[in-house]
Design a protein around this ligand. Structure first.
Ligand code: SAH
Ligand code: SF4
Ligand code: F3S
Length: 462
């Protein structure tokens, strides 16, 4: 692997000066992020950059002078929603001629999307991809100084930009990317094309950010990467993800660590032993299996078998007390037969996941699977999805019911669904709803679990 260049964030102040000249009072920006946590974290950096050049951040598009959609390209449905939402801004732009509208993130990393925006969405002023966040001040300056539209052509970058300003959405839960990109090329997936090659941050850079978060009082820190278990490739030092976790756990403080995503091909006993050895690491493993059929896993280019996967799960169950599992499943991958699908149901019953994120296969142009024969109809796939969800619901219900009567620590994340209710997330990643004072949000409480419905628990303060 080639060495990765690491560069710092800096801009020359042109954008800030242009902005100060163009507005009497500080302009406001609204940034909406779609997709995965990596993208949400990018959105926080975008907000940081915008504040750095003089914007205020607002919570609704109606108050904004700049609206940015930070998009996801992983499924067609996600893309259509974004196009719908952008279309709806046309009216707002007619009422407010000075409004700037931009699209960024993974969709903007695809040339055909940029072309579509160029041709069919003339009221979109600004387009930049995931690799353009540090160049945003420059793009903004060009727009404010009079260029009609600034549409960045997607570029692939191979360096890591450190030291980006960031405005985090929460004061007690933080995302911490440990690596960027993905080299796995699962045949259905667009991510390697839009996020570029896998590159790891140095342990020193991660440790510094981690310490800063702990000092600032963050209670939950989630390490991010498309495949955290391949962390460390291409670094000078010989360090893997388990070593990194152990290093972070040497930092004193009142916090716990989550991480995602673990690719089963690279998850190891060492990782599981590391979770078991450190009370700061949550007893939850998100281990996306995608399919329970070895034939389909091969077609997906996943590089593991159901047998290997189940061995990992069994080892984790033996090694980490109370560990729970969650997973991603794709239903209706091209050529998935009834038999393949039933193998997935079997696997779900064996693992007994607490939570499943399920997706009907979505064809992404440019990926290998897009050229595979796909004889099954959407209706057949949707029927399978219904059957899968019914099986999963039963499993989740049985498992959450087994927790009733226990007392566990939870981080209070926010308001629950009902009046006066709050949500607390247990270390095993389940959410419990309980009555409590909103002042508790952001702190840790002991919850006595009183009841359960599907993947949700009800509780009271212990
Ligand atoms: N890096 C992570 C997943 C990132 S994408 C991993 O390897 O597990 C999140 C999830 O979206 C994937 O796990 C997969 O289940 C789903 N997904 C990705 N591409 C998809 C597609 N074309 N159609 C349907 N679901 C897809
Ligand atoms: Fe996509 Fe596979 Fe990479 Fe995950 S590991 S982001 S599913 S290519
Ligand atoms: Fe979507 Fe990009 Fe994440 S495609 S899932 S936002 S990496």
């Amino acid at each position: 692997m080639n060495k990765i260049d690491r560069i710092g964030y800096n801009h020359d102040g042109t954008a800030a000066a242009a902005l100060a000249a163009a507005y009497d009072t500080p302009p406001m920006a609204y940034v909406r992020s779609y997709g995965c946590q990596q993208n949400v974290n990018d959105g926080e950096k975008i907000k940081g950059v915008l504040m750095d050049v003089g914007y205020g951040i607002c919570d609704s598009p109606e108050q904004a002078d700049l609206i940015l959609f930070n998009t996801c390209a992983v499924r067609e449905h996600a893309e259509q929603r974004v196009f719908g939402n952008i279309g709806a801004l046309k009216k707002l732009k007619e009422q407010n001629k000075g409004l700037l509208i931009g699209l960024c993130g993974c969709m903007a990393q695809q040339p055909q999307v940029v072309e579509k925006i160029r041709q069919s969405y003339p009221f979109v002023d600004l387009v930049f991809g995931v690799n353009g966040i540090d160049t945003l001040p420059n793009l903004l300056a060009q727009k404010i100084e009079g260029r009609k539209r600034v549409l960045q052509t997607p570029v692939e970058r191979t360096e890591i930009v450190e030291g980006m300003p960031i405005r985090r959405d929460s004061s007690f839960r933080a995302w911490l990317p440990i690596m960027y990109g993905c080299d796995n090329f699962c045949t259905y997936c667009i991510v390697p094309y839009v996020r570029g090659r896998e590159r790891s941050r140095t342990p020193a850079a991660i440790l510094e950010e981690f310490k800063g978060l702990v000092t600032a009082g963050y209670k939950e820190i989630t390490l991010l990467g498309q495949n955290v278990n391949s962390y460390g490739k291409g670094l000078d030092e010989n360090v893997d993800f388990s070593d990194l976790l152990a290093l972070l756990c040497t930092v004193p403080g009142d916090y716990h660590i989550r991480f995602m995503t673990s690719h089963p091909k690279d998850a190891s006993h060492k990782l599981i032993d590391t979770i078991a050895a450190h009370p700061q690491i949550c007893n939850h493993l998100h281990l996306p299996v995608q399919s329970g059929s070895n034939r389909i896993l091969k077609e997906m280019n996943r590089h593991y078998t159901v047998e290997h996967y189940l061995e990992l799960i069994e080892y984790a169950r033996r090694t980490v007390p109370g560990i729970t599992f969650s997973s991603d499943i794709i239903v209706g991958f091209p050529g998935e037969t009834e038999e393949d699908f039933e193998a997935t149901l079997e696997l779900i019953k064996k693992v007994r996941y607490m939570q499943l994120f399920t997706f009907i296969y979505s064809k992404r142009s440019g990926t290998k699977a897009a050229d595979m024969p796909d004889p099954y109809t959407h209706k057949q796939k949707a029927d399978r999805m219904g059957r899968l969800l019914a099986v999963q619901e039963e499993i989740a219900c049985e498992q959450t019911a087994a927790l009733v009567g226990q007392t566990q620590v939870a981080l209070v994340e926010g308001h629950g669904r009902g009046e006066g209710l709050l949500n607390g997330r247990l270390r095993n990643n389940l959410v419990a709803e309980f009555a409590g004072d909103p002042a508790l949000i952001g702190s840790e409480v002991q919850l006595h679990i009183t009841g359960s419905r599907a993947a949700m628990l009800t509780a009271e303060l212990a």
